[in-house]
Design a protein around this ligand. Structure first.
Ligand SMILES: [Zn+2]
Length: 297
C-alpha cells in the first residue's frame, strides 16, 4: 500500500501530484504541509517543479503507475528556487539525466542553498533542500521553451513571490501552471514584492481561454474559475496593501508590530506570524506612496 496520496490526471497530458512534507516548528512539533507539482506527459515527460528533497520517490512511483519510466523525464522546469519546488531537482537530474530550466534571477539561491537559507530562512531548510542545482537552461524573460520534438511550453516571467518566478502555459491543453505566483485569499500572503506581484497577475489575466489553472498550493481551477481566482488574488493583494497603509501610521513601523497589526486587520491567525510575512508587508510598506497597486501610472 502506498502512503502518499495518488496523483491525478487533469487534462489530456497534464497530471498533478501531491507531495507531503513536514516543517519542524518546535523540538517535538512539526507542521505537515503538502505542495502540488505537475507533470506534462507526452512522448517524453516534463516536470514543473520537483517538491522537497526525497520527492523523487513519490514522483517516480507515480510515473511507473502510468506505465512509463522515470528515465523518460526530459526536463525539469522550476517555477522558482524555494525548497518545496526545487528540493528534489538534483537527485532527479542525477537519476534521469534530464535537463533543468530556471530563471536566471533564481540562480544564486539554486546554486547555493545555504545562501538561500541565510537570506530567507525557514525551519528545517536543510532537510527540505540540500543539494545545489545548476540549471542547464537559464531563462531571462519569457517565451517558448522546447522540451522535446513537438512538446513546447510558453514561459511568462511572473516576479513578485520571488524575483525569478515563472509561470508556464501549455497551450495544447490550455493549462496554466502558476507555481506560487497567484496569492490565495485568506491564506497568509507570501511574496517579496507587492508591485511585481500585481503586475504579474495583470499579465497572466490577459491569457485567453485558460481551461485549467494549476498552482502549487491551491486546488485546480477550471474555465471561469481561473479568471475568478486571479481577480480574487488581485482584490486580496490590494486589500493587504490597504491594511498595511492603515496599520503603518505616519512613521516607519517595527516589522513585527506591522505584521501583527496587518494580520489582525486581515483576520488572519496571529499564530501565523513569521519572517516571510514580514517580508511581504515590508514590501507593501516600501511602496506606500502608491494607493492602488493595480492602476497604471
Ligand atoms: Zn515559493
Amino acid at each position: 500500500m502506498t502512503l502518499w496520496p495518488p496523483g491525478r490526471q487533469i487534462s489530456e497530458h497534464v497530471h498533478q501530484l501531491t507531495i507531503p512534507f513536514s516543517i519542524p516548528v518546535a523540538p517535538n512539533r512539526s507542521l505537515i504541509r503538502s505542495v502540488l507539482i505537475h507533470l506534462i506527459v507526452d512522448r517524453r515527460i516534463c516536470l514543473i517543479d520537483t517538491g522537497v528533497s526525497g520527492s523523487e520517490t513519490p514522483i517516480f512511483h507515480y510515473i511507473r503507475t502510468l506505465r512509463r519510466k522515470p528515465s523518460e523525464i526530459a526536463m525539469i522546469v522550476l517555477t522558482h528556487s524555494h525548497p518545496d519546488h526545487a528540493g528534489a531537482t538534483s537527485t532527479i537530474r542525477k537519476a534521469t539525466g534530464c535537463r533543468v530550466a530556471a530563471h536566471r534571477a533564481e540562480l544564486p539561491w539554486l546554486e547555493d542553498p545555504s545562501r538561500q537559507n541565510q537570506e530567507r530562512p525557514i525551519p528545517g531548510f536543510n532537510d527540505l533542500f540540500s543539494e545545489p542545482v545548476h540549471p542547464d537552461i537559464e531563462i531571462t524573460g519569457g517565451g517558448p521553451l522546447e522540451i522535446d520534438d513537438d512538446l513546447r511550453i510558453d514561459l511568462f516571467h511572473t516576479p513578485g513571490h520571488s524575483r525569478g518566478s515563472i509561470s508556464a502555459w501549455f497551450e495544447r491543453d490550455r493549462v496554466l501552471l502558476t507555481g506560487d505566483a497567484v496569492p490565495v485569499p485568506g491564506a497568509p500572503p507570501i511574496y517579496d514584492d507587492a508591485v511585481s506581484t500585481a503586475q504579474s497577475l495583470l499579465m497572466l489575466r490577459k491569457i485567453p481561454r485558460i481551461r485549467f489553472m494549476l498552482a502549487a498550493w491551491d486546488p485546480p481551477k477550471k474555465d471561469g474559475e481561473c479568471y475568478k481566482a486571479m481577480d480574487d488574488a488581485m482584490f486580496y493583494v490590494q486589500r493587504v496593501h490597504e491594511a498595511v497603509l492603515r496599520a503603518g501610521g505616519p512613521t516607519d513601523p517595527d516589522p513585527r508590530y506591522l505584521c501583527r497589526q496587518v494580520m489582525e486587520i486581515l483576520g488572519l491567525p496571529p499564530g501565523d506570524i513569521n519572517p516571510l510575512l514580514m517580508r511581504t508587508f515590508s514590501s507593501h510598506w516600501n511602496t506606500r506612496d502608491r494607493k492602488d497597486l493595480f492602476s497604471s501610472r
